[in-house]
Design a binder for this molecule. Structure first.
Ligand code: CP
Ligand code: NVA
Length: 300
């Protein structure tokens, strides 16, 4: 069976920690290899991307391989060729698929019908590569993760779900503050708790941020939810991460955002551009973590 990376829970605890240490080592040494020499990785992107796309393309090249981008607009994907056919065709050309799409079940279908590993480059449900890279950003500052409180302020979305899964393997306490109607998926939450994650959900962003070592947020309307923007602006109005919220966090707390950010919506300009913000270190770490993930996927 090819080794796919669809969710952080595809890793066991040792693998998750090893991946963070490996990405850290790759960052330190500006790592290059010929692991993927002569091989092509197809990147199917059904949603927009700057960081994930470019960091994977560059990362694949750093490992000696060739990335090949496929979008619905320029392929038969946009004309409803079934995924099960696409999976079988692409498996004859390339060694792996990096896929950004809508429902997680599309990745399951690619795995089922294809014969090469599939990497989740974001779905409606999860964003595991981003959150593993955030684990690297935390590891660099707080290597043992013990005694940490992480606040998630905003939508109980794909990022929140992957943070819940990360809390299964990394010993931080996660407090999610979401308005009513925007909680994380209860099945994903229950599963993470059953596996040992310490996660609570509140309606009060101040409670989430009080004493937090990391304060994290994301856009109010994710890709595919653009038509809900106005409704969500109302629902999330009290959930902006601003100076008042950051003042409740630990004195040396860091602000995280996977980007792209909407200044003046989920985060104030002052926090995003302020001294506690580590958003560009976070973005850089995508590259190093992508290489570690690719190595994990393509090494027996
Ligand atoms: N954070 C993130 O996944 O960014 P992109 O949408 O630009 O890939
Ligand atoms: N939750 C956001 C993350 C973007 C990187 C989205 O899915 O659009």
């Amino acid at each position: 069976m090819p080794k796919s990376f669809l969710s952080i829970l595809d890793l066991d605890r040792n693998e998750a920690h090893a991946l963070v240490r490996r990405a850290h080592e790759m960052k330190r040494t500006d790592y290059r290899s010929d692991l993927l020499a002569g091989k092509t990785v197809v990147m199917i992107f059904e949603k927009a991307s700057t960081r994930t796309r470019v960091s994977f393309e560059v990362g694949i090249r750093h490992l000696g391989g060739t990335p090949l981008l496929m979008t619905p607009a320029e392929s038969q994907l946009g004309r409803n060729e079934p995924l099960r056919d696409t999976a079988r065709v692409l498996s004859r050309y390339c060694v792996g698929l990096v896929v950004r799409t809508f429902g997680q079940e599309k990745l399951d279908e690619l795995v089922k019908w294809g014969s090469v590993p599939v990497v989740n480059a974001l779905t409606n449900e999860f964003h595991p590569c981003q959150v593993m890279s955030d684990m690297l950003s935390m590891y660099e500052r707080t290597p043992d993760f013990e005694g940490l409180k992480v606040a998630w302020v905003g939508d109980g979305n794909n990022m929140a779900h992957s943070y819940m899964n990360a809390a299964v393997h990394f010993p931080f306490e996660l407090v999610i503050a979401a308005p009513e109607g925007y909680d994380p998926d209860p099945a994903i939450l229950d599963n993470a708790r059953r596996l040992g994650a310490r996660v609570s959900v509140t309606r009060d962003p101040r409670e989430a941020c009080r004493g937090a070592h990391y304060v994290n947020t994301d856009v109010w309307a994710s890709m595919g939810q653009e038509q809900e923007q106005k409704k969500r602006e109302k629902a999330f109005a009290d959930f902006q991460v601003n100076d008042e919220l950051m003042a409740l966090a630990a004195p040396d707390a860091k602000f995280l955002h996977c980007l792209p950010a909407h200044r003046g919506e989920e985060v104030s300009e002052s926090v995003l551009e302020g001294p506690q913000s580590i958003i560009f270190d976070q973005a850089e770490n995508r590259l190093h973590m992508q290489k570690a993930i690719l190595e994990w996927v393509f090494t027996a």
